[in-house]
Design a binder for this molecule. Structure first.
Ligand code: GAR
Length: 209
C-alpha cells in the first residue's frame, strides 16, 4: 500500500481523482492526510467528507513558509508516508524541506515541461502560440518545475482557446495521468536514474490509457 500525503492549496480536483482511483481498487494506496496552506481550500473539505485527515497549517502563524514546512514535517513524521503528491499546491518547497523529507515528492503541472514552468502555464502557452500543451507529472527538486519528468500527456491548443478552455482540456488529462502515475509508484515500477525516469511496463499493453 502506497501511503500518500497530499499538499493542496485550492479546488482539489486532482485530489478527488486520486481518491477515486483508490476507491476503485486500481490504486493500492491510502491518502493519509491532506495538508493545505489555505484554511478555506475546498481540498480540505473534500478530505473531511471522506474521513481523511485534513490539516490546515497557517504559514503566517508559523512565521512564514519555512515555519509552515517545519510544522508540516512534524505532522507527516507523526502520520507516516511513502511519498508526498502536490496537487495544486501553490507554494514552492524549499531545498531543506525536500532534503529533510527524504522520500519522493511528486507534482503535477499544467504544461509540457520544460516549457512553461511557473504559475501561469496555460496563459503562457496560449501567448506563445504553441499548438500542443498538456500536463506533466514530475519529481520535485529544488528548482521551479525542473525535476525529473515521470509522464506527460499532450492536448491540442486551438485558435479559439482562452485560459479557461485550455485549462479544462488539460485538467481532464491531469485527472487520468496523476492517478495512473501513483498506481505505477504503488507497483514499484518507477525508477529514477540520474535525472531520468524509467517505467517498467511488465505486461504487453502500454499501461497508460
Ligand atoms: C491543476 O491544473 C494543477 O496542474 C495546477 O493547479 C491546478 C490545481 O487544480 N498546478 C500548478 O499550477 C502547480 N504549479 P486542482 O486543485 O483542482 O487539483
Amino acid at each position: 500500500m502506497l501511503e500518500i500525503i497530499i499538499f493542496a492549496s485550492g479546488r482539489g480536483s486532482n485530489l478527488m481523482a486520486i481518491q477515486e482511483e483508490i476507491e476503485s481498487g486500481r490504486l493500492k494506496g491510502n491518502i493519509r492526510a491532506v495538508i493545505s496552506n489555505k484554511e478555506d481550500a475546498p481540498a480540505l473539505s473534500f478530505a473531511q467528507s471522506k474521513g481523511i485527515n485534513a490539516i490546515w497549517i497557517d504559514p503566517k502563524a508559523e512565521g512564514g513558509r519555512r515555519g509552515f514546512e517545519r510544522k508540516a514535517l512534524q505532522e507527516i513524521g507523526r502520520i507516516g508516508s511513502d511519498c508526498i503528491a502536490l496537487a495544486g499546491y501553490m507554494l514552492i518547497l524549499s531545498g531543506e524541506f525536500i532534503r529533510d523529507y527524504g522520500k519522493p515528492i511528486l507534482n503535477i503541472h499544467p504544461a509540457l515541461l520544460p516549457s512553461f514552468p511557473g504559475a501561469t502555464a496555460q496563459k503562457d502557452a496560449i501567448e506563445y502560440g504553441v499548438k500542443y500543451s498538456g500536463c506533466t507529472v514530475h519529481f520535485v527538486d529544488e528548482g521551479v518545475d525542473t525535476g525529473p519528468i515521470i509522464a506527460q500527456r499532450a492536448v491540442p491548443v486551438l485558435d479559439a482557446d482562452d485560459v479557461e478552455s485550455l485549462s479544462a482540456r488539460i485538467l481532464a488529462e491531469e485527472h487520468k495521468l496523476y492517478p495512473e502515475v501513483l498506481t505505477l509508484m504503488a507497483q514499484g515500477r518507477i525508477h529514477l536514474i540520474d535525472h531520468k525516469v524509467y517505467i517498467d511496463l511488465l505486461d504487453e499493453r502500454n499501461y497508460f490509457r
